[in-house]
Design a protein around this ligand. Structure first.
Ligand code: PQQ
Length: 678
């Protein structure tokens, strides 16, 4: 197969050798992380540190979405395939931005409240002429790349009654579509499944944590894992967690599939596994046989996870010279604040060092075990855990540039104190005051009962994985910035929470160029070439778990793909301003209700709507700034309300009329308490 300007590679020719060949030219962006190694390093260099200042808009495309846009677009032969919130897929002419087709999997609005972290989708896969999208409600769908018509669809969930969701991008490996899922906040058991890319038939499934030990284990790996869990915690009732909600990487030479696994369910180690234990394979990188899904090796970054320290963050494959030896490595900067370098042939720990301040461990020993700080594990008193459960780095994509030897990723801190919840007994516990328990969350911790003293930040980190040191950093104004792209033009591109798209010198971190965006950006940019011209493109749409209730920009333009080219002179679309109303006032309430109202608000409302009047609202409004009539008529929104079709839970079964009066008292009471006295 020859790849060149004159060769037409339609989507139906995308296969393994094409993806490997494309990595050398960088013409297309055919798979989530650009290449199998998921480097997000493009060899294209027409746009470079010398001329990036001339970058201008080529075209923009309105995705029509109001919630988070997390997708890395794919480009194959001049066609862009990009997903937006609610798992809706758009196919565009990559040169002009003209729409070719849209596919809407029609995720039911009620499914919106079944996930933790916004109705997002991180992208699609392309193979054999199909575009594959995994929908928020758990279906895997093959779409004809030319027509946008559905080819097949399969339900990936073992039990539709459970709070499983999908937000991640599928990967294609040896003719199979590989997909995991989310849900570990709610009490599910994590797994990953392979489906035949042509027919949708299931090929294999691998669970990440053991099920009920009274039943036969699915395989040897589960029997071994079960020895690291205490059955007195009945972990299988709360699922155990370990969801594979984002990172999946394939090494075609070793025929290994690497998956990153999530946090424990419930979060509290003491409640999940009272006698301790590592709780395999939570918070781990696991290598599986890519054809059979059989366990090969694992490395657990956070044994006995207690802090929502997922290891689902993206992983990059490379070769590094370490102590004079060439090593095939896998690299990851998971939530727990340490950057890991492992030997990917066998899982051997090579090194780890912290890329942000951490206070739960002082480092890693030579066997790759963290040296823990005891107070961080006990949490009998509120502990200002650093990194917090949002992670020192979350799902926002990392890139690795083999020319500079540096990995680039957004690092951050979002302060939260955590304390063991003495009232939690089982997955059925649903006491007012347990965070989000009213909407099915299952952490067994209380959050922010004491205010944190650590300070938030967000930065772009350039990290040397060989020396395990920061090479440079760029401080942003807020946490929750976008993923990165790096290129042979000596550039790093990144979108930011405060609605900018920026380019940096990959060697030095010098800020070289920026363009305004219509919203905060969380997704990662890509680059590609059509008819000999290099383009840089980014899908912008504020949201994700932090962006539901918080913001760093005063814009709220609909999700939009922005594509740039040297000397581009297209006009920016008109941006939409975010207008904050004044604090709600005048709602009648009983002040005696404020205490109980606070607990109810924590259990049902805070994670989406934020703290009334304190937070400013993200892609979901802050109730402290609602109109008086909205709070007065809160029951109309809570019981069979109009926003159920847009992802809001229906509280008919979980709250009563008195509860609503208490929540109103909390909202109006808080607004009154913080209103500046004139
Ligand atoms: N998703 C986001 C996002 O899209 O902004 C952020 C997070 C998720 C997290 O911080 C999570 O911990 C998380 N956890 C799970 C899980 O435990 O199953 C799933 C997801 C998800 O699917 O988006 C997130």
């Amino acid at each position: 197969l020859v790849i060149g300007a004159s060769t037409v590679i339609a989507a139906d020719q995308v296969n393994q050798s094409y993806i490997i060949e494309n990595a050398k030219t960088g013409k297309d962006w055919p798979t989530h992380g650009f290449d199998y190694a998921e480097t997000r390093f493009s060899p294209l260099s027409q746009i470079s540190a010398d001329n990036v200042e001339n970058l201008g808009l080529a075209w923009s495309y309105n995705l029509g979405s109001e919630r988070g846009v997390e997708a890395t677009p794919l480009v194959v032969d001049g066609v862009m395939y990009v997903s937006a919130s609610w798992s809706i897929v758009h196919a565009l002419d990559a040169k002009t931005g003209k729409k070719l087709w849209t596919y809407d999997p029609e995720v039911p609005g009620e499914a919106g409240s079944r996930g933790c972290c916004d109705v997002v989708n991180r992208g699609v896969a392309v193979h054999y002429g199909n575009v594959y999208v995994a929908s928020y409600d758990g279906r895997l769908i093959a779409i004809d790349a030319k027509t946008g018509e559905k080819v097949w669809e399969t339900n990936t969930l073992p039990d539709n009654g459970m709070s499983y969701t999908i937000t991640g991008a599928p990967r294609i490996v040896n003719g199979n579509v590989i997909i995991g899922n989310g849900g570990a906040e709610f009490g599910v058991r994590g797994y990953i499944t392979a489906y035949d890319a042509k027919t949708g038939a299931q090929k294999w499934r691998w669970y990440t944590v053991p099920g009920n030990p009274d039943e036969p284990f699915e395989n040897e790996a589960m029997a071994r894992a079960a020895k690291t869990w205490d059955p007195s915690g009945k972990y299988w009732e709360a699922g155990g967690g370990g969801t594979v909600w984002d990172s999946i990487v394939f090494d075609p030479d070793l025929n290994l599939l690497y998956i990153g696994t999530g946090n424990g369910s419930p979060w509290s180690h003491k409640k999940r596994s009272p006698e301790g234990g590592d709780n395999l394979y939570l918070s781990s990188i696991v290598a599986l046989n890519a054809d059979t899904g059989e366990y090969v090796w694992h490395y657990q970054a956070t044994p006995g996870d207690n802090w929502d320290y997922t290891s689902t963050q993206d992983m990059i494959l490379s070769e590094l010279t370490i102590d004079g030896e060439r090593r095939k490595v896998i690299m990851q900067a998971p939530k727990n604040g340490f950057f890991f370098v492992l030997d990917r042939t066998n899982g051997e720990f090579i090194s780890a060092d912290n890329y942000v301040d951490v206070n739960w461990a002082t480092g890693y020993d030579s066997n790759g075990r963290p040296i823990e700080v005891p107070e961080a594990r006990s949490m009998d008193e509120p502990f200002d855990i650093v990194p917090g459960p949002f992670g020192g780095h979350n799902w926002h994509s990392m890139s690795f540039n083999h020319q500079t030897g540096l990995a680039y990723f957004p690092s951050q801190h979002i302060p939260i104190t955590m304390v063991e919840d003495p009232s939690w007994e089982s997955i059925e516990s649903n006491e007012p005051g347990q965070p989000m328990s009213g909407i099915g969350w299952n952490t067994a911790f209380q959050l922010n009962v004491a205010p944190p003293s650590s300070k938030p930040f967000g930065r772009l980190t350039a990290w040397d994985p060989v020396t395990q040191q920061e090479a440079w950093r760029y401080e942003h104004v807020s946490p929750w910035n976008g993923g990165t792209l790096t290129t042979a033009g000596d550039l790093v591109f990144q979108g930011t929470a405060d609605a900018r798209f920026m380019a940096f010198n990959a060697q030095t971190g010098d800020h070289l160029w920026e363009s305004p965006m219509g919203t905060g950006v969380i997704a990662a940019p890509i680059t590609y070439e059509v008819d000999g011209t290099q383009y840089v493109s980014i899908a912008a749409g504020w949201g994700g778990v932090f962006g539901k209730s918080q913001r760093a920009s005063d814009l709220k333009t609909a999700g939009t793909v922005y594509t740039f080219v040297l000397n581009g002179d297209a006009e920016m679309p008109e941006f939409t301003k975010y207008q904050l109303n004044s604090l709600v006032s005048g709602v009648d309430y009983n002040p005696d209700f404020i205490g109980e109202g606070t607990a109810l608000y924590v259990s049902n409302c805070v994670f989406c709507h934020g703290v009334p009047g304190v937070d400013k609202g993200g892609n979901i409004p802050n109730l402290g700034y609602s109109k008086k009539s909205v709070i007065e008529n809160l029951d109309a929104f809570l019981f069979h309300g109009p926003f159920v079709s847009r992802g809001m839970p229906d509280f008919t079964e979980t709250l009563n009329e008195i509860d609503v009066e208490k929540i109103k008292a909390f909202i109006q009471g808080t607004a009154d308490a913080i209103r500046p006295k004139s």
